[in-house]
Design a protein around this ligand. Structure first.
Ligand code: NAD
Ligand code: WQD
Length: 336
């Protein structure tokens, strides 16, 4: 039984591959390496001591995808492949719709043709848009504010229609909150192109001296210290959530969305303080205006995932900062 992992060379995909291999799944990894490097695939092999097939293929190349399904016995798919930068999606909406929406459609067409109807798909807490009621449960009304978010919501809706058309499908939509940290080995982690837009990779680059200071986007939010609050989830916990979701889709049919978050929120200032502790470095910062489109607070109600998948986050926030720091130091020391 093999699991096809699309986008498996990327940040969340590579950590999920480690967990799949450690749990004796056979995997086939597909990635076009547009936002990742072959090194992460090799590191996954090194961490697990296991080999697997890697195909450098674009999901939109249907013939190549069909070839993979013809040559390998694929039983289920974990679908990560996608573009994920909110700002870039505003500048290049067509690129995002083509890649994320058409990519998902092509994948499902091929799965359908080969009779593979078990799918775990990456969604995002971004589908909750500007939700104000905390914590956010799966019943919170959806609403998106940018093209990236719309691609995620569209794919969710397409998959729901697919299930309505054929109840044999079994699909888990995983709505991630804020993934952060790295594998405890320090061998794989997040490797953003250019200057990071997310808070934690930005902080790690300030700590290492690559960037001068963190700009805190707003200190006038209605929160305890005025800075934005988010639910940061350790990447290994997040990866393990995919295995639980895979168990569920393999053993049943239906379509369900699950929040993958910790249920706890940390402010930007708390993140900086925790990271100073983990790294032993001073993190300089300055207050600047709010970033357009940001909300004050976002954290999950993760009860449904616990109840129905038997999953909950286990690692704590300090461990996440330590692992992010270990990965950043390894990278800086010429590891890559
Ligand atoms: P990532 O960029 O590190 O990984 C995505 C991988 O997909 C990359 O390796 C990229 O090369 C590959 N890819 C993109 N388009 C492809 C295509 N058409 N064909 C083949 N490969 C393709 O991103 P990530 O953080 O690992 O995110 C994985 C998924 O999770 C994405 O769908 C993203 O939208 C979603 N997500 C991420 C976050 C986050 O903060 N990281 C939060 C919520 C949801
Ligand atoms: C976290 C907090 C910022 C950077 C984004 C996407 C979302 C999802 C995850 C994919 C906020 C503040 C940030 C900085 C700062 N991705 N901040 N200075 O915005 O919650 O979510 O990534 O699905 O769709 O929107 O994450 O890490 O960018 O920001 O003060 O330099 O840190 O204002 O409060 P966000 P983030």
């Amino acid at each position: 039984m093999a699991i096809l992992v699309t986008g498996g060379a990327g940040y969340i995909g590579s950590h999920t591959c480690v967990e799949l291999l450690n749990n004796d799944y056979d995997i086939v990894v597909l990635d076009k390496l547009s936002n990742s490097k072959i090194d992460s695939v090799n590191r996954v092999k090194e961490i697990t001591g296991k080999d697997f097939i890697f195909e450098q293929v674009d999901l939109l190349e249907k013939k190549k995808l069909e070839k993979i399904f013809t040559e390998q016995k694929i039983d289920a798919v974990v679908h990560f492949a996608g573009l994920k930068a909110v700002g870039e999606s505003v500048e290049k909406p067509l690129v995002y719709y083509r890649n994320n929406v058409i990519g998902a459609i092509v994948l499902c067409e091929v799965m359908k043709n080969f009779g593979v109807k078990k799918l775990v798909a990456s969604s995002s807490a971004t589908v909750y848009g500007t939700a104000e009621q905390m914590p956010i449960s799966e019943d919170t009304p959806l609403g998106v504010t940018n093209p990236y978010g719309r691609t995620k919501l569209m794919v969710e809706e397409i998959l729901r229609d697919l299930y309505v058309s054929d109840n044999a499908w079994s699909i888990a939509l995983l709505r991630y909150f804020n993934p952060a940290g790295a594998h405890e080995s320090g061998l794989i982690g997040e490797d953003p192109n250019g200057i990071p837009t997310n808070l934690i990779p930005y902080i790690t680059q300030v700590a290492i001296g690559k960037l001068k200071e963190v700009s805190i986007f707003g200190n006038d939010y209605p929160t305890k210290d005025g800075t934005g609050i988010r639910d940061y989830i350790h990447i290994t916990d997040l990866a393990k959530g995919h295995l639980k979701a895979l168990d569920k889709v393999i053993g049943s049919s239906g379509i369900e969305a699950y929040n993958l978050g910790t249920g706890k929120g940390y402010s930007v200032q708390e993140v900086i303080a925790a990271f100073e502790k983990a790294s032993g470095k001073k993190i300089p910062y300055k207050m600047v205006n709010r970033r357009p489109g940001d909300i004050a607070v976002s954290y999950a109600d993760p009860a449904k995932a616990k109840r129905e998948l038997g999953w909950e986050a286990e690692k704590d926030f300090d461990e996440m900062c330590r692992d992010a720091w270990k990965w950043q130091r390894n990278k800086m020391n010429g590891f890559y």
